[in-house]
Each structure stands twice: as C-alpha cells, then as structure tokens.
Design a protein around this ligand. Sequence first.
Ligand code: NAP
Length: 392
Amino acid sequence: MWAYGTNKDTVINLQKIPLADRKPSDGLIKMDVPEPILGDNEVLIKVKSSALNYNSIWSSLSHPISPFQLINQHIARNKHDIDHQQDYAIFGSDASGIITKIGKNVQKWQEGDEVIIHCNVIDTEEPISQIDGMLAKSQSIWGYETNYGAFAEYCKAKTSQLIRKPSNIDWSIAGSFCLTLSTAYRMLISPNGAQLRPGQNCLIWGAGGGLGNFAIQLANLIGAHPIAIVSTDEKEEQCRKLGASIIINRSRDDFGNFIFDNGEPNYLSWRKAKQTLEKKGVNNLDVVFEHIGRQTMGVSLFLLSKGGKVVTCAASSGFNATIDLRYLWMSVKRIIGSHFANYHEAEQAAQLVFNNQVQPLIHSVNHISKLPEMIDAIHSNSTYGKIVFTHE
Ligand code: NAP
C-alpha cells in the first residue's frame, strides 16, 4: 500500500541539515509499505480523508526527537505494539474511513462501518484509563508516537479510538476536526481543563489556527467572550466570521516582543499589551488559551486577572519559557497543562460537529499527493484553518 511518512535513511540525511534550514517536506516521503497486521482489538480502515496537524511538522522535521525514537518509547510503554517497530513510520493523527477488517476480539464494530479515528492510543486494561485515558502510562498519540497513522491507503486503529461517523457528515469534514476540536474542548470546557464559564473573557493565541478557531467557537457556544489574537488581515476576517468580537492583530497592534533574545521578560511590552487590551475594553481576563510557549507564556500569566487560569497544550515557539512567579502566587492564578483528550471528551466534542453547534474551518481540501506542499505552507504560517486530504 502507499503511505506518507519517513524512513530511517531519510531521517539520517535530514539530521545533516541544520534545523533552521529544514523544511518539513525534506523529511516526508511517499513509500510503498506492507498493509498493517491487526492486533486482536484493532481494525483496518480504508482511509477516505485525513487532515494535517502541527505534530506532523515535528515528525517531518525529526525535531525535537525523531519519529523512530517516539515509536520506540511507545513500544517501551506498550510491549504488545512491537509490530510498530519498522524502518518506516507513517504519519498523520486525523482520519476517517471505512472498516475493512477486524481483529479477532472486536465485537462492537464490523466491516463496512464508517468511522472517525481519534488519536488517543491507550491500553484500556490500565486501571487509571477508567478515570482519564490521558493519565494512562500507556498513552500515546496515534500517527505521531505510533506507526500506521492517517496518511496512507489503509491505517489501523484500536477500537477505543473509534467514533461512528453519522451518514450526513461529509468525508472531508469527518477527517478534519477530531484532534484540534477535542484538544480545545478539553482545554476550555472539560472539568480536566479551564472550565470556561458564561460571561468570562478568554484570550486565544493563534485564533486563526487549527486549535484557535475551535476555541473561539467553544467560547461563544457557552456564552463566554473570545478575544482573538492573529497576525494577518485574512485571519482577522476569518475570526470575525467565527464570532470573535474583539480581535488583536499582533503584527499591527502593540502586542509582541514579549521576551528579549535571551528569553528574559520584556516588562515594558507586557504593560503595553495590557494597555492594548484595556483600549479594546478588556479589563478582566479569566482564561488564556496558550500553545505558543516561549514567546508568550510569561505575558499570558501576567495578563490574567486574579484567580485566572492559563491552559496550555503546546510550545510552538519553544519549550523553555520564563514566567515571573510573583504573578502566579500573589494573584492566585493557575497554569493547567492539557494534552489531547480522553475518549469521552473526544466523543463529546465530535457531537458538537454532528449537531452543527461547531463548524470545522477548512482551509482547503486537497488530494493526498499535495501533502508535501501543504505541510510547508502550514510551517510557514501562511494558512488558516484545517488542511484536509482526500485519499482517492
Ligand atoms: P496552527 O494551525 O499552525 O496555528 C498556530 C497559530 O499560532 C498560528 O496560526 C499563529 O497565528 C500562532 N503563532 C505562531 N507563532 C506565534 C508566535 N510566536 N506568537 C504568537 N502567535 C504565534 O497550529 P494548531 O493546530 O492550532 O496547533 C498549535 C500548537 O498546538 C502546535 O504546536 C501543535 O503541535 C499543538 N497542539 C497540541 C495538542 C496537544 O494535544 N497537546 C493538540 C493540538 C495541537 P498568528 O500568526 O495569526 O498569530
């Protein structure tokens, strides 16, 4: 079968290129690989559509660690997944498709079922997974920390990753939303996240991106006020259409340069950011939706009102961030780490799409052969919304 990902030779060659000079497409190849072999609780899926997430950029750049190291770590946590250890790795964490084969213990699902795959892989026999799958030691992200991800003719998934696709949902929509919507749902709505309340103000970084556009919609859905941060007019317009009434364009408004080159806080720019918010009528900030990391974590914590929460799931601009702890304890604020979503949260989030309460923002629907081109586009921050692929 055909598949997109990488092999060990490609990673070795890629690592000779300095990180700053690497493009994701340098580390992404089309491969001819065997069909995956099914475990007892797994299904084989003919992929109909998939979508690009930022984790495939990390995989393609082989940074901060190579996909093979991630897969080895997954196998160390999940000895039964030894078949994931190959000299190739198939990327992609969002897909939808049709089940074509089932493992010998599968009862609830059958060939022909139309499914959406959510990317949380766990060992369901691990007791803690009954409380929250994200706490399981076995937990990995499918198509990032595991092999046999979305960008292939066929993929395999565990039954605990399957959500039934309603017949009225288009394939291009079905494969587009699960990773980002479920992540934003846990971050903002779930008891495991910030639990945003009606009437509260929520500042959303990267509001025109995959996570951010869902964060706007979720905030609106529960009656909170989303404050969208973007860097282009196009994204500004997009956020307005999604219902963000307050939008800050960080390339134009006084809202940037929050750290010096050595990472130390630029307090003057923090105060200017507060003033920019006040000029827009935002005098109180209850939640900050973070995923930028190094460049913004310090100011995010500073901008919050007393008792506020920063909820974070990533660090696109770098993992090492400086925060000024005085703004944490003196104002009784909280930082909440959040990662994808458990099965229940993913299913609840999907229902919002099925019930038309939240709409995936699709940048474009492309044939899968455009994957290398589109992964470079998302890396250069020149897109908004989800980039979706059809597989036929
Ligand atoms: P995306 O679609 O590429 O959007 C990211 C947005 O971040 C961009 O649109 C950009 O918006 C903004 N941004 C980039 N650099 C910035 C900077 N220095 N300062 C301020 N804003 C900046 O990506 P995404 O799908 O939303 O994902 C965002 C991050 O979350 C990625 O690192 C991804 O790996 C991570 N993630 C984690 C999880 C998890 O489960 N832990 C799940 C999903 C995603 P503007 O330029 O318009 O401001």
